[in-house]
Each structure stands twice: as structure tokens, then as C-alpha cells.
Design a binder for this molecule. Structure first.
Ligand code: F6R
Length: 347
């Protein structure tokens, strides 16, 4: 079983990682951050396994009084300024898109909270006298989800912008621990839902559909985890938008798709009633052009618990897909090669 980076151990530690980051953030000095009534928007800068923390906040934070934007690009838009609370997240601290956006946000006078293990982001924080959040070292960014998500929720809770932020984290930690116990390698055979899902997907290509804000992020992460951990193709889309375009694409070539694609439908307890109906109707319409349709239900209490539960289950599934094919889930050579080929960025 190749696992050169101890990636499975890191995955298994997610509940404790979330818990630890929650604790640490409780004592961070937030003195220089603006008061709640001085914040017009929340902006999260970050790519890949780091930026996803912003997607989680945007999806879960439906009760936030200000909009959340998650930027995954080089330049920041003109609305980012002194009244935007900006989280700049890069686990390594050196991802060029995130570093360039962070410089742009600082130049625009925005209060920026860098979250990283160090690197250029930490240097920028130092230069500008910003309080920086340090991540636990030695993980792959995508295995540091707890350390990247908790700072957002705790900071907003402590600023009084997100009163439910703390309770959401506590309930998420409880659910992740339950899911870990079901899915870790010591849980054998078909009693392990992740192992069983991976067995059913096998060498088919998963197409992951989720519904609404939570389902969209869960489906995206599920797909990304299959790509990065199993190094295998996977695709995703979200309801209701897909019912306005992608759904037409299953009208042809069913003889091919029926041998290739497994549809994985992710469900959660916060779906709009009409959304649930749309998902069922679409399933009935397209079921026959897939190898199979696999329905997955989120567990847990609260929007964060249910979203992280689906994401965590997907991570475990992707690890078993890797191991079943003798693939090491940790290294991501393609990303490393691309970053190296891009060369240094002076931006
Ligand atoms: C690696 C991973 C990648 C990185 C991304 C950005 O595990 O998931 O998606 O997160 O290349 O790098 P960082 O997170 O260091 O800013």
C-alpha cells in the first residue's frame, strides 16, 4: 500500500486538526482588525486546496450580513479596499496567484489576514504589520482543510460578524470524527462506506453532481480529490444550474457514456424542496446513460458539518481509489511540474 507522505494519517487527523486550529485561533491577537460595522465584504484569496476554505465559508455562511467572494486569479477587482476583510490563504505561502492578489489587496488598503506555513505570504504580513495565522507544517495543502477553514470561522465569530461560527465548528468536528471512524482503513469491507463507494466506482469515471451552495462545493472537492489523490479523471457540476444546460448533453452517445461514467449524486439536508425535486427528476431522465447512479447522503448537524462530511467522505473514497490502483495518494507531480515550469514570479 504506497503512502509515502503519510497522507492517509493526515487525512485521518482532520477532526483533531480542525479542533486544534479552532483552539489556536481563539487566542490570536485580532487587535488591528476592523470592527464588524466597518466591514462591507469578506474576500478570500487562494488557489486549490487552500482556496477551497473560502468556498466552504461562502457556501456555509448564508447568514453572514455581508457578501463573501472567493478569488482564484491574479488580479483583484476594484471593489476590494479598506472596508473589505481579506483572508489570503496559501498553505505553502508561495503560490504566485495568491501572493500577487495579496499584494494587490494590501496596496488597496484592505485589512489582510494571511494564513500560511510561512513563505512570501508571511513575509508580506511582516512587512505590513499584519497578524498572520500559522498553519501546522508537514501536510499537503489539501490535507490541511481543518487548519485552513477554522481560522475563517473563528475570526468572523470573534469579530461578531458570524455569531454561529463557533457552534458550527464544534458540530463539524463531531461529525468528522464519526465519519473518520467509519472510513479509516481499520474499518473493513462493505461496512466502510468509502471503501465500498470506491469499489463501486472502480475504473469508471465519476461525474459528481451536488445541489445548491453546499452541494456545489462538495461536488467540486469530491472531483478534485479523485483527480489529485487517485490521479484519475473525474468531473462535477451543480444543480440547479446544470438543469439549464448540461442536462441536454446526455441526449447522445449513451452507448459510450453507459460504459464509462458513474453518476454520484451528493445530497444534503439543506436542499431547497424544489431542488430536491429537480435532482430526482433529472436522475430519472438520465439514469440510463450511466454505468450506475450512486446516491450519497450527508450526515451531521449544521451546514458546516454536512458540507465537510460530504467532502471528507469524498477524500476517503479518492484515497481508496488510489490504493486500489496502487497509486500513492500524496504526491501531485503534475502540479509540481507545472509550478516549476512556470519559473520564478516577480509580480
Ligand atoms: C496540494 C493541493 C493544491 C495546492 C495549490 C495551491 O495538496 O491541493 O491544490 O493547494 O497548488 O498551493 P498552496 O495551497 O500552497 O497555496
Amino acid at each position: 500500500m504506497p503512502d509515502t507522505l503519510g497522507f492517509l494519517d493526515a487525512v485521518a487527523g482532520l477532526p483533531e486538526q480542525l479542533d486544534a486550529a479552532h483552539e489556536v485561533m481563539g487566542s490570536l491577537d485580532l487587535g488591528s482588525l476592523p470592527a464588524a460595522d466597518a466591514i462591507d465584504s469578506i474576500v478570500v484569496l487562494g488557489m486549490g486546496g487552500s482556496g477551497v476554505a473560502g468556498d466552504v465559508l461562502a457556501a456555509v455562511g448564508s447568514s453572514l450580513p455581508v457578501p463573501v467572494s472567493v478569488l482564484k486569479q491574479y488580479r483583484i477587482p476594484a471593489y476590494v479596499g479598506p472596508r473589505s476583510l481579506v483572508f489570503a490563504i496559501s498553505y505553502s505561502g508561495n503560490t504566485e496567484e495568491t501572493v500577487e492578489m495579496t499584494k494587490g489587496a494590501l496596496d488597496a488598503g484592505a485589512p489582510v489576514i494571511p494564513i500560511s506555513c510561512g513563505g512570501k505570504l508571511a513575509e508580506l504580513a511582516n512587512e505590513h504589520g499584519r497578524p498572520a495565522v500559522a498553519c501546522p507544517v508537514g501536510l499537503m495543502p489539501r490535507a490541511a482543510l481543518g487548519a485552513l477553514v477554522a481560522p475563517l470561522f473563528v475570526t468572523l465569530f470573534r469579530l461578531g460578524v458570524f455569531p454561529e461560527g463557533h457552534a458550527l465548528l464544534v458540530k463539524a468536528q463531531e461529525q468528522l470524527a464519526k465519519r473518520r471512524d467509519q472510513c479509516e482503513p481499520s474499518a473493513e469491507g462493505d461496512k466502510n462506506p468509502a471503501r465500498e463507494l470506491a469499489r463501486r466506482i472502480g475504473r469508471t469515471i465519476p461525474l459528481v453532481y451536488g445541489g445548491g451552495a453546499l452541494g456545489r462545493v462538495a461536488a467540486q472537492r469530491f472531483k478534485n480529490d479523485v483527480n489529485e489523490n487517485a490521479k484519475a479523471p473525474a468531473f462535477c457540476a451543480a444543480y440547479p444550474e446544470l438543469n439549464h444546460n448540461e442536462i441536454c448533453g446526455w441526449g447522445q452517445h449513451g452507448d459510450v457514456t453507459r460504459q464509462v461514467f458513474s453518476l454520484v449524486q451528493l445530497h444534503h439536508g439543506y436542499e431547497h424542496a424544489r431542488l430536491t425535486k429537480q435532482m430526482q427528476l433529472s436522475r430519472d431522465l438520465i439514469e440510463e446513460v450511466f454505468v450506475q447512479v450512486i446516491d450519497v447522503e450527508a450526515a451531521g448537524d449544521g451546514r458546516l458539518a454536512q458540507l465537510l462530511d460530504l467532502m471528507y467522505l469524498g477524500t476517503w473514497v479518492s484515497c481508496y481509489l488510489a490504493l486500489d490502483n496502487d497509486v500513492d495518494p500524496g504526491p501531485i507531480d503534475a502540479i509540481a511540474q507545472l509550478k516549476a515550469a512556470l519559473g520564478p514570479h516577480e509580480g
